[in-house]
Structure formats: structure tokens, C-alpha cells
Design a protein around this ligand. Structure first.
Ligand SMILES: Nc1nc2c(c(=O)[nH]1)N[C@H]1C(S)=C(S)[C@@H](COP(=O)(O)OP(=O)(O)OC[C@H]3O[C@@H](n4cnc5c(=O)[nH]c(N)nc54)[C@H](O)[C@@H]3O)O[C@H]1N2
Ligand SMILES: Nc1nc2c(c(=O)[nH]1)N[C@H]1C(S)=C(S)[C@@H](COP(=O)(O)OP(=O)(O)OC[C@H]3O[C@@H](n4cnc5c(=O)[nH]c(N)nc54)[C@H](O)[C@@H]3O)O[C@H]1N2
Ligand SMILES: [Mo]
Length: 710
């Protein structure tokens, strides 16, 4: 009986937007995947998966999968569709795009983010197609561009301490990062360090799952990290706790920095951060005198008006104390700049024949309503912003790898935009998300088990290959295949529209003029097919900046940045306050006195997994954590249903009265699907489309609200 049993083991990569990019082992029996496990041999994955991807089969084989192309038959937003054929769906899209392109192709807008982080399914054939079409470009700013720009100003590239060395550190600052939820494979390393005598300090306005387990938790006010780092420098320099030799050899602008931080006394910064002067001084001393010390910087702190500058400022700390000398010292935000994949070969920007505008994805609501957010950078303050008319207006939008109706800020505007009767919307999705409900044409997408891809990572130093394990379910197709088919229908005859997924993966490993190419030596598709993953060509004890060699214009760690000066931005670290805070927007704060942050819920991944029963059950229901003082003064009791609101909108949740939230700050773990909440709203109904200083990123955690019982 079992002689016909065909059993295969397939190596893969987790596609989700997470620093860990796990190596997966899928067991397939008779064409059906029966288990997905974390690879034992991959050092980061270490044989285990997070709560979500552990149950990846529930995602792949979910009865909620979109199985066929569909066309809308109900009103926009109703989510009522009728099955159609691929042929008709593609013909409708091609005809519509051709019609719009005949007027002006820039009225066509691609919209994608990191539904899959794979280079093949995330940034190859799609980019080629839209480049060749002449569509508007998309500025992909919704997550990390502020931090990336800030880090780049100081360090030069997204490189830092190898997370694998954290276990050898003696002091770990977990700064704006909920490691246990969003970077869980780093946690065993951190615990190992703690067992070896390291102290763990969380710097976070919220007592997250991670902060709870640290030796110390510093609950500063949101958006004030830059000030805290400046005060630490004030103490470190003032008490001469610096590494003079490192500073002289490998940094630029120390004298100017020394003068700058004189202003940021611990007593002044205590007022800004609401952290006591004494605590700031002790933190600075401990940081400077414990060796090696490492900072796990993450994206939480950069979702504020001054997010770019805050990251730039924190990133100055290790050079000041010479922490980079040790492979277990320094700071890491993202490791992605260590990789040298040939993204140019994949995306083919040379196919662009017009000079298309770039639309900022974090202000998609404005864009769909006919406006572009224009920033005027100011030297040491949040940028000034104005709305200017978009010409031509967006007439078509093609959404893939993203769920903007749920995740983009200022939902009311996003929804009003997607509701436009004259907007032609295509959504390529695995599930019927909030965004899908507004689609004219819905296309079924494959999951990672059904497609080929190649991955770099932002939290480790391995390239990971994903080989398809099973056939596509229903009529689902991978992103690349849809763009190949569309290219053919639109008459794009260039050879590059014929490349198979495997060819694309190979091209990602090819030589070009990309930085980091040297670290790619020896990594080939053939070797990856055999092993699944390969470490970058870097030493086992990788200490990238032990002897300087910063990938900045000067080759040094830039306390002073000429390139920022050229953009009209303060060339030195400074503190840029949030746009919406009690201190800096007192009039607004009288109306809306509470700062709201909405970091990831443990069992969701942005809005992914937030539709599947297991994860919904684990998260129970949308909640708002509120401090007992803030609850008390509003007559709110634990378990009450409350309305959270500001001028932009409102959403209703159950209050959890807890000192996990510090006073003055409320926390709504996210991102819930709107249609699965009682009022059809989520935290993004109150977030704003205003952008950060550097990187023009979203400012999700820079918002004031009021809360009342309903
Ligand atoms: N389970 C799970 N994992 C994820 C995700 C997910 O949604 N779910 N999302 C993935 C994605 S897209 C990303 S970008 C990463 C995000 O990874 P992280 O940046 O680590 O994001 P969070 O886990 O939200 O941790 C951010 C922490 O920053 C805190 N915070 C908010 N504002 C401030 C501030 O002003 N200063 C400081 N110091 N802290 C602040 C929040 O309270 C939160 O605890 O995680 C990825 N991993
Ligand atoms: N309030 C609030 N809002 C936030 C955040 C927050 O902390 N608070 N975090 C922000 C951050 S950091 C980020 S990165 C963004 C994330 O925003 P998004 O990148 O939009 O992430 P998801 O919500 O996970 O949506 C990704 C979608 O892509 C689909 N998908 C997955 N794989 C494929 C594929 O191969 N092909 C196609 N066609 N589709 C696929 C998934 O089914 C899913 O619906 O959200 C942001 N929004
Ligand atoms: Mo993100």
C-alpha cells in the first residue's frame, strides 16, 4: 500500500518581513506538504520557528485562500466578486493599462511592500514590468527608510554587529525592539549572554514581552531616543569615558560633537524623556565602561518625526566608546547592507524610458485623493510639509505583497482613495484582505511553498534559497508569472520578460557594480540548491569596523556628516522632537493628551496571519493598554470598551488597564484586519501621513489621541 508513497524533503526560506529569515524544511508526501520545520543546521533558525510560521500549513492550506481570478460585482469595499478566467482578468488589466498609458503611463501606480521578502517574487519581474510601462515609481518608505537613512549618515550602510555574536556581549541595550515578538531567533543568544553575566536593558515606552524579561527597563516617552543618546554622550565625553584612540583613528567630527552635546545635560534631557537624571547618568556610565557592549537597535524608535536623526544619533555611541573593536560589540539595526545581491540585474532600472515621478507609499491616502506630500527639510526640526496637486492623478493601482487599507496610516483617507469610482484597482493576494475588498480585479497568489525565491536577511548573514515544495493551489500564480503574462499581453518583447524564476535567482547572484560583491564570493545557485543556505564570505568573528573601514564617504564613523549638510540638515546629531507630543504640540495635546503607539502583536506579522483562526484566538480581540492613572482620570475600568480618537479618525477597542503602558502613552498592538473588528476600524484610523525627517518614512508612533468609554 505504501509503495506508492512519495516523500520528499524540500529546503526553503521563510518569506516574511522579519529579521530572522529562517531556513525551512518542508516534508511533502504525495504532493502535499505535511510539515514545515525550522532547519536544525542553519545557525540563526536553530531548529525552531516562531508561533506563526510553525503553523505555515494553516496558511497554505487555509480554506480562506483566494483560488481563482475574480472580478468585482458589488460596490467598492463590499468584497463581492465573481469568478473569472485568467485570460479575461489579464485582458482586462492589459486593456486598461494600455488605455491609460496612451495618455500618461505615470497615472498607473504599483504598490507593494514585503508580503514576501524574496528578491525574485518581491523585486524583479514586477519592477521590470512597471519600468518598461513607464508607470510612476513607488518610494517604499512604510517601514525602515528613516532608520536606514539615519544609520547610513553615521555608519554608511546597513551593516553592524553579527547577531550571532550577541552571546559574548556583556551589556545589551535592546533599544526600540521587541525581540521576543519580532526577532525571536536573537533571543536565545541574548539569554546566553545573560547567563554569562551580561546585563540586559530595554529602552522602550512599553513594557513589552521583551522589556519584561530584561534586567532593567527604561520607559522613556516615545520619540525622545535622540535626546537620551545625546545626554549619554554628554556624560561619556564629560567624564572622559571615551576611547580616545578609536575616536582619533576612525571617526570624523569629534570636537564638534563634543561641543554639541554640552547642551544636552542629563537634567534637561530628563525633562524631555521623562527618565530621571540619575538613571541617564548611570546608563551612560554602564554603557561606556562595560566591554563589549552591543545595541540592538530596531525600527520602533524611528516611526516618529525625528526618527532618522534618532537612529543616526544612537548609532554614534559605539564609536565613542570603541565598542566596535570587539565582534560582540557595536550596534546593529539591519544587516542587509552586508549582502551584495545584484538588485540592478533583477529590477532593470535601465528599462525606464521616461522620468517617472515617485509616489511615497506612506502617503498613499493623499496620493489616491490627488495630492502629493512635499517636504521642506529644516536643519534641526521636523520637516515642513505641504500638499500639492498630483498631475496626472492616479488612475490605476496594482497592489501586491501588501495590504495598504489595513497597514497604511490615516485609513480614512486611504479608504476614500480606494473607493474612488474612477480608480482601476488590481490586487494580487493570497487572502481576501481589507484591500482586496476594493479591487476591480483580484488575482490569486501563491504562498512560499508554491514558488521559487532567494533571500537575503536583515538580521543575519546568510543567503537562503527557497525551492518550491508543492504545486500552486487552485489557479494561484506567483508574482513573477503574472508580470510575465502581462508583459506579453502588453507587447513587451525584451528578452528579460522571458526569464524564469530560476534565471532570476541566478541573476541575483551575478556580478555587477554592487557594493558587497566581495562578500558574495562562492555563493552560487548550485551550492544553494544543495545546502539551502550559505554564509556570506565574512570571517567567523566578523567585526566590520574594528579598524574603521566605515562605508561612509570619509571611511570613518561620521559624527559630522557632510552629506546631511548638503541636504540642508543639521550635520551633527541633534534632537528632533515628535510632531505630536505634550511638550512640542501643547495646543494639540490639550485636546488629545495621550501618545499612541501600535507595535506588532505577537501572533500577527503586520496584517499577515491576522485572518487565521489560530492567531486570532491567541490575540483574542483588539485591545488598548492604558496606565491605571490615565484610565482612572477618565473613569475607564479594565475590560471597558473604549473609543480612541483624534481629528483623523477613531477606533474602538477593549481597555486593558495595566502599567505595561507608561503613563501618558497608550498601546494598541497591531495590525488588525479592519473587517474583523467590531467597528471596521483599527489603529491606523488615528495614525498620520506626516513623514520622518530622513528617509521620508511613515510616522506610525507619532500620534496623539484621547480615549473615552463608549
Ligand atoms: N511577530 C511579529 N514579528 C515581526 C513583525 C510583526 O508584525 N509581528 N513585523 C516585522 C517588521 S515589518 C518589522 S519592521 C520588525 C519590527 O521590529 P521592531 O522594530 O523590533 O518592532 P517591534 O517589535 O514593534 O518593537 C518595537 C518596540 O519599539 C517600541 N517603541 C515604540 N516607539 C518607540 C520609541 O519612540 N522609542 C523606543 N525606544 N521604543 C519605541 C515599541 O513599544 C515596541 O516594543 O519586526 C518584524 N517582525
Ligand atoms: N499602526 C501600524 N501600522 C503599521 C505598522 C505598525 O507597527 N503599526 N507597521 C508598519 C510596517 S513596519 C510595515 S513593514 C507595514 C507592512 O505592511 P505590508 O507589507 O502590507 O504587510 P502585510 O500587512 O503583512 O501585508 C502583506 C500582504 O502580502 C500578501 N502576500 C504575501 N506573499 C505574497 C506573494 O508572494 N504575492 C502576493 N501578491 N502577495 C503576497 C499577504 O497575504 C499580505 O496580505 O505595515 C506598517 N503598518
Ligand atoms: Mo516593517
Amino acid at each position: 500500500m505504501s509503495s506508492s508513497l512519495e516523500r520528499r524533503i524540500v529546503r526553503g526560506a521563510c518569506p516574511h518581513d522579519c529579521p530572522d529569515t529562517c531556513a525551512l524544511i518542508t516534508t511533502v508526501e504525495n504532493g502535499r506538504a505535511i510539515s514545515v520545520k525550522g532547519a536544525n543546521d542553519h545557525p540563526t533558525t536553530n531548529g525552531f520557528l516562531c508561533t506563526k510560521v510553525n503553523r505555515y500549513l494553516e496558511r497554505t492550506y487555509s480554506p480562506q485562500r483566494v483560488l481563482y481570478p475574480m472580478k468585482r460585482v458589488g460596490e467598492k469595499g463590499s468584497g463581492i466578486f465573481q469568478r473569472t478566467s485568467w485570460d479575461e482578468a489579464l485582458e482586462t488589466i492589459a486593456t486598461k493599462f494600455a488605455e491609460i498609458a496612451a495618455d500618461n503611463p505615470q497615472a498607473i501606480q504599483p504598490y507593494s511592500y514585503a508580503g514576501t521578502m524574496g528578491l525574485v517574487q518581491g523585486e524583479s519581474m514586477d519592477r521590470r514590468f512597471f519600468h518598461r510601462l513607464g508607470a510612476s515609481l513607488l518610494d517604499r518608505t512604510i517601514c525602515a527608510s528613516a532608520g536606514a537613512a539615519g544609520y547610513r549618515a553615521t555608519i554608511g550602510l546597513g551593516m553592524g554587529t553579527d547577531p550571532e555574536r550577541f552571546n559574548e556581549s556583556k551589556l545589551i541595550l535592546i533599544w526600540g525592539s521587541n525581540v521576543i515578538t519580532s526577532n525571536v531567533h536573537l533571543w536565545p543568544k541574548i539569554l546566553a549572554a545573560q547567563r554569562n553575566g551580561a546585563r540586559l536593558i530595554a529602552i522602550d515606552p512599553y513594557r513589552s514581552l521583551t522589556a519584561e524579561k530584561c534586567d532593567q527597563h527604561i520607559a522613556l516617552l516615545p520619540g525622545t531616543d535622540g535626546a537620551l543618546a545625546l545626554a549619554m554622550m554628554h556624560v561619556i565625553i564629560g567624564e572622559n569615558l571615551i576611547d580616545q584612540d578609536y575616536i582619533e583613528k576612525y571617526t570624523l567630527g569629534f570636537e564638534l560633537l563634543r561641543q554639541r552635546v554640552m547642551d544636552y545635560t542629563p537634567s534637561k534631557v530628563a525633562m524631555i524623556t521623562d527618565v530621571s537624571e540619575d538613571l541617564i547618568i548611570r546608563l551612560a556610565r554602564e554603557y561606556a565602561t562595560t566591554k563589549p557592549s552591543v545595541i540592538r537597535l530596531n525600527y520602533g524608535m524611528q516611526r516618529h518625526a525625528g526618527g532618522g536623526m534618532a537612529v543616526r544619533t544612537v548609532a554614534c555611541l559605539p564609536a565613542l566608546v570603541g565598542a566596535w573593536r570587539d565582534s560582540a560589540g557595536g550596534v546593529v539595526l539591519s544587516t542587509s547592507g552586508t549582502f551584495g545581491m545584484n538588485t540592478h540585474a533583477l529590477a532593470r532600472p535601465d528599462l525606464i524610458w521616461n522620468q517617472p515621478r515617485k509616489i511615497n507609499m506612506s502617503a498613499i491616502g493623499d496620493a489616491l485623493l490627488g495630492f502629493q506630500r512635499v517636504q521642506k527639510l529644516r536643519a534641526s526640526d521636523a520637516p515642513e510639509e505641504s500638499l500639492e496637486p498630483l498631475d496626472p492623478p492616479v488612475r490605476a493601482i496594482y497592489v501586491y505583497n501588501s495590504n495598504p487599507v489595513a497597514v497604511a496610516p490615516d485609513s480614512r483617507k486611504v479608504i476614500a482613495g480606494f473607493k474612488r469610482e474612477d480608480l482601476f484597482t488590481v490586487v494580487h493576494e493570497i487572502f481576501q484582505t481589507d484591500t482586496v475588498d476594493y479591487a476591480d480585479i483580484l488575482l490569486p497568489a501563491t504562498t512560499q511553498l508554491e514558488q521559487l525565491d532567494i533571500h537575503k536577511a536583515y538580521g543575519h548573514l546568510y543567503v537562503v534559497l527557497n525551492q518550491p515544495a508543492i504545486e500552486p493551489i487552485g489557479e494561484a500564480k506567483p508574482n513573477t508569472e503574472v508580470f510575465r503574462l502581462l508583459a506579453r499581453r502588453m507587447g513587451f518583447t525584451e528578452d528579460c520578460f522571458q526569464d524564469s524564476d530560476e534565471e532570476l535567482a541566478r541573476q541575483s547572484l551575478s556580478a555587477g557594480n554592487q557594493s558587497g560583491w566581495g562578500r558574495m564570493q562562492g555563493i552560487t545557485l548550485e551550492a544553494l540548491k544543495e545546502r539551502g543556505w550559505m554564509r556570506l564570505n565574512v570571517p567567523d568573528r566578523f567585526a566590520p569596523f574594528a579598524e574603521g573601514n566605515f562605508p561612509t564617504p570619509s571611511g570613518k564613523c561620521e559624527f559630522f556628516s557632510e552629506s546631511l549638510a548638503k541636504q540642508g540638515i543639521d550635520p551633527l546629531p541633534t534632537y528632533i522632537p515628535p510632531r505630536e507630543s505634550r511638550q512640542d504640540a501643547p495646543a494639540l495635546a490639550r485636546k488629545y493628551p495621550l501618545a499612541i503607539i501600535s507595535p506588532p502583536a505577537h501572533n500577527f506579522l503586520n496584517s499577515s496571519f491576522a485572518n487565521l483562526p489560530t492567531f486570532l484566538k491567541a490575540e483574542k480581540e483588539p485591545r488598548l493598554d492604558i496606565h491605571p492613572e490615565d484610565a482612572g482620570s477618565r473613569g475607564i475600568k479594565d475590560g471597558d470598551r473604549v473609543r480612541v480618537f483624534n481629528d483623523r479618525g477613531q477606533f474602538k477597542v477593549k481597555a486593558r488597564v495595566t502599567d505595561k503602558a507608561r503613563s501618558g502613552v497608550v498601546v494598541a498592538l497591531s495590525v488588525w484586519w479592519k473587517k474583523l473588528t467590531q467597528d471596521g476600524c483599527n489603529a491606523n484610523d488615528v495614525t498620520s501621513q506626516a513623514l520622518t525627517d530622513l528617509g521620508a518614512a511613515a510616522t506610525f508612533y507619532d500620534a496623539l489621541v484621547e480615549v473615552e468609554t463608549t
